[in-house]
Design a protein around this ligand. Sequence first.
Ligand code: HXC
Length: 521
Amino acid sequence: MSDDTIAWMNELTAEMEERRKRIERGGGEARIKKQHDANKMTARERIDYLLDEGSFVELGVFTEHLGGDMMKGVEAPGEGVVAGYGQIDGRTVFIFSQDFTVLGGSLGKMHAQKIAKVMDLAVKTGAPIIGLNDSAGARIQEGVDSLSGYGEVFYRNAIYSGVVPQISAILGPCAGGAVYSPAITDFVLMSRGSSYMFITGPEVIKSVTKEEVSFEELGGADVHNRKSGVAHLEAEGDQAVLELIRELLSYLPQSAKEKPPLLNSRDPVNRETPEVLSIVHPDQRRPYHMHEVIKVMVDDQHFFEIQPEFAKNIICGFAHLGGQSVGIVANNPRFMAGTLNIDASDKAARFIRTCDCFNIPILTFVDVTGFLPGVAQEHSGIIRHGAKMLYAYAEASVPKITLITRKSYGGAYLAMNSRDMGADVVLAWPTSAVAVMGAEGAANIIYRREINSSDNPEAIRAAKIAEYKKNFDNPYSAAARGYIDDVIDPKDTRRQLIRHLRMLSDKTESRPYKKHGNIPL
Ligand code: HXC
């Protein structure tokens, strides 16, 4: 090749590099400083922190905005979003990271198409898609084109739901209809103090309802992790949120076609668990933290809880047992006596379906007296919400193991994955009791006439309660009828759970043909 040609080639390459560098500078130094001053990383810093070092490959670098009258002369380096793929713990993930320094990370049509492209590739190749959201919403200058862009993303969120894991981190504003993309994904994580999500902001609310509320009070991490149940996890600052994403992925497969990765755990499979004897009191009225029971059972006592601050009467989360990723659903007698209410039913049903989508076996720890009684619960639709749990358990075809630690009564017995709702293996501790209701309530109903007509009603009542307890308030009448497969020594629980999990590892279960089921929503 001639020197002239080489010089020409070098010139073109230099120009390409210059263009690339300009794009990588995003909205420029002043806006990057503003981002840092707000304790936020830039879009590229977030990607670099999240992915394995040097693994990021960018796509759509030179994308430009759509144009139009209101965008004349406006520069939008990278179209306000950085997109591509890379590795986390050596496994491929696709990623997009909105760049708030470019027009506030606002979403225009081409910005959306960059996101849609990596979502399509994630599904074609079978790998998770991670969205790092930090955006002022629809790009106002692009009008309906930006709304159409959102449509492209929402459509894919829905169609790809259950195909590959979709994870959304909210690391800045997320307002208006824009919240619906994260809301359709499997997991929403928020950074405390620097992120918020709402449909209509404080100004609009003030003008319509006269309520005065701050951004944080309206839709900060606190609200969505404690009250609304919109978010699944929260952490202090961007880095901590990104670290949670890395850990979350370790429990998930790459796609619905795969199983989650097996870990090499050093925690002995046969480890005895005598600690539980001092956690769970045989007296059913004595509360305990089910978390402590879970931690004793799982590998390295490590439990990764999902929605830990929302509906604390039920516990959902991931762990490994004998190296196998499992989803755990458990009543927590420490909160509201572990009863099931509307929020708990929603939380558990969603988690059960997430596990089922991604081939994660479900372990259910039961200690439940029933659904929460109350007019407010009934009027707000506990029937509809509780039905979600029943539906989700029945629908789930992954391995399902149930352990009854103490009481399991009534409709809640069924809702907590009983034998008839499709549990593959049901185990119980000697402390457990399966019945329509507790002994006192039952005796008062079925022996009312005898109690009321007696000269000594209290003595009769006590005798009848004792009689009922003897007959039903134990695991053996349920075990005798095949509803419980074995009553086990609590010390032997870990070994038993792992043994059954391994037995079920190649489980298949088919369902009758349908387009899709119709879960009560
Ligand atoms: C285009 C926008 C923008 C928008 C902000 N910017 N919002 N550009 N479209 N929606 C630009 C600003 O002009 C500014 O540009 C830069 O982004 C940063 O904005 P600031 O206001 O300086 O930042 P800050 O003070 O941190 O405030 C952030 C904010 C505020 C609270 C998000 O910008 C804001 O309220 N924006 C409007 C939000 C909104 O109403 N979006 C539409 C929602 S409706 P320069 O050049 O100065 O850096 C919607 C519908 C979606 O999203 C429907 C989907 C179905």
